[in-house]
Design a protein around this ligand. Structure first.
Ligand code: ATP
Ligand code: MG
Length: 385
């Protein structure tokens, strides 16, 4: 569509009202934009703070018409928005990232095929449609594997570790035999990710590599700068950039990597949006990943992606609400700590409720000190009975 930048004052559209949408709204507001959020949930974190909240399903024709009329450009906060929705909106509005890009990232089979076709290293994988596929794949994998549903998985949900054919078949049946990917379970030395943004003219700005620790399939911490060898970090950055180019991607993109004990860097998955492992950019960078999302959507230049301080991001899950509201006072008594809560009304176990960033700023400069501080602070958050 048009090559002209969309300037502050315009209304931007966000498909999805979760915490990523909310942080987009905040970034858009600070640049003087208005936002319309489409999300069926009447109490969604982003919908609550946007100028417009259309409470309809993502395939509601009337709602899409309304979004199209209200907004000059539209983006998304989650890959599971139906491709048809994006295609419909693309006919009348600027949509970034494109329906084509989102489509690839929303289905593990398509995503892995795209990666393999373009020579990106991944763990060995097999598309699974039926029990025969399972038998065939297990005989070839011959080791501990992970069965993952092809669509709608997140935070390790829709995944099962399987050690033999019987376990794989049982897991497949428990998943109601929906399309899956069976993947080799690799020996992880560490996990890293790259968040970058790419303009509609193809200019790429990448944030430094984030080093991630997952617990039970859910991200717990991101450390930046990463302690991984510089050469491996450079490899991750160049692979992520090459991926964005191959897809002719426009917007913010995250690429998750496995670094194996055998010294291989593999792509795990990609996300066509800002990413949890990029939340450190809110406080440790001049321009956050959400501001970049606004800028890319509007055809504006990217802001700086450099870090201005070492940082550790720690995710806050609903579990710590067990005995009531956590002890925020103690956390906030540390002047190098920034707290971000998403305003969700119900705290469930495993649900992402917020995060905090511990910043170096001369208070403690080493990544290890920051990691220790983050863990100590997180431990003290739940109220004791
Ligand atoms: P999210 O969307 O929150 O990133 P997800 O549900 O899409 O999570 P994955 O990224 O596929 O799930 O996996 C979650 C975590 O499980 C990984 O970050 C990693 O720690 C572990 N894991 C997944 N696949 C493998 C694998 N093939 N080998 C070893 N560990 C794995
Ligand atoms: Mg993941």
């Amino acid at each position: 569509m048009s090559d002209k930048a969309i300037l502050p004052g315009a209304t931007l559209g966000m498909l999805g009202g979760g915490q990523l949408g909310r942080m987009f709204v905040m970034a858009a507001h600070s640049l003087g934009y208005r936002v319309a959020v489409l999300d069926p949930d009447s109490d969604s974190p982003a919908g609550r703070i946007a100028e417009h909240h259309i409470k309809s399903s993502y395939d509601d024709k009337q709602a899409l018409q309304q979004m199209s009329e209200l907004c000059e450009a539209i983006t998304t906060e989650f890959e599971n928005v139906p491709t048809e929705t994006l295609q419909v909106l693309e006919q009348t509005n600027i949509v970034r990232p494109s329906a084509k890009s989102v489509k690839i990232a929303q289905n593990r089979i398509q995503e892995k095929k795209f990666l393999a076709e373009n020579n990106f290293p991944t763990a060995k994988f097999y598309p699974i449609q039926n029990e025969n596929d399972i038998r065939q794949a297990m005989s070839e994998l011959n080791s501990s594997s992970i069965l993952k549903v092809a669509t709608f998985g997140y935070d390790g949900k829709g995944q099962a570790i399987v050690n033999n054919v019987d376990e794989a078949l049982q897991a497949f049946n428990q998943m109601d035999q929906v399309a899956c990917v069976l993947e080799q379970k690799v020996e992880l030395a560490s996990e890293v990710s790259v968040v970058l943004c790419r303009s509609h003219h193809g200019q790429i700005s990448a944030y430094p590599v984030g080093e991630n620790v997952h617990v039970n399939g859910i991200l717990e911490t991101t450390l930046v700068p990463s302690t991984l060898d510089q050469s491996i970090q450079e490899q991750a950055l160049s692979e992520a950039k090459r991926f964005a180019e191959q897809l002719d991607y426009c917007g913010v993109l995250a690429v998750e990597f496995f670094y194996t004990k055998q010294g291989k860097l593999l792509i795990n998955e990609v996300a066509p949006r800002p990413h949890n492992s990029g939340h450190y950019t809110l406080d440790a960078c001049i321009c956050s990943q959400f501001e970049q999302q606004v800028r890319m959507l509007c055809g504006l230049p990217a802001g700086s992606t450099e870090i201005i301080s070492p940082v550790v991001m720690f995710n806050l899950l609903g579990d710590i609400w067990q005995n009531g509201e956590p002890d925020w006072w103690t956390l906030l008594a540390h002047e190098n700590v920034k707290l971000h809560l998403y305003g969700k009304s119900e705290a469930r176990n495993g649900r992402k409720m917020g995060h905090f960033n511990c910043l170096g700023l001369g208070i403690s400069d080493s990544g290890n000190d920051l990691l220790k501080q983050a863990h100590d602070l997180a431990e003290d958050l739940p109220q004791t009975k």
